[in-house]
Design a protein. Sequence first.
Length: 163
Amino acid sequence: MNHDDKILALLDQDARLTPAQLANMLELPENEVRDRIYALEKNNTIIGYKTLIDWEKTDKEFVTALIEVKITPQKGMGFDEIARQIYRQPQVESVYLMSGGFDLTVIISGKSMKDVARFVSEQLAPMENVLSTGTHFVLKKYKEQGVEFDPSTRDEREVSMAW
């Protein structure tokens, strides 16, 4: 594994790691780590940093849904243009091209089930190339992006602030 891959793997586990901490862990000069991170950001290998939040512990109320979408790809563009039209909607968190019985998985958040249903019926289903949709609501999160949501399984060191 090269140094860039090691840096990426460590940042994927904890985006709060500083260049100094990464340099210490990888036994590299800090300025080299900083330069490598900058280059990875510049070439869009690192496209963002995100905090993973357990919204169940807040007052914010919303629902998350996975929507299976069957589409007819546009001639000359495949699935890309349709996916782009979908992911530009503000409720849409993720869009994935899938193998199997449907073409796209769309993950959205809404204020309520009714809000999600309105998005599907008024914005998604009427799109020209959408053949059908199937909506599944998330009832409970157990693990996301490698992080368990059950506090009884979390080690105190995992939640301490690194900065």
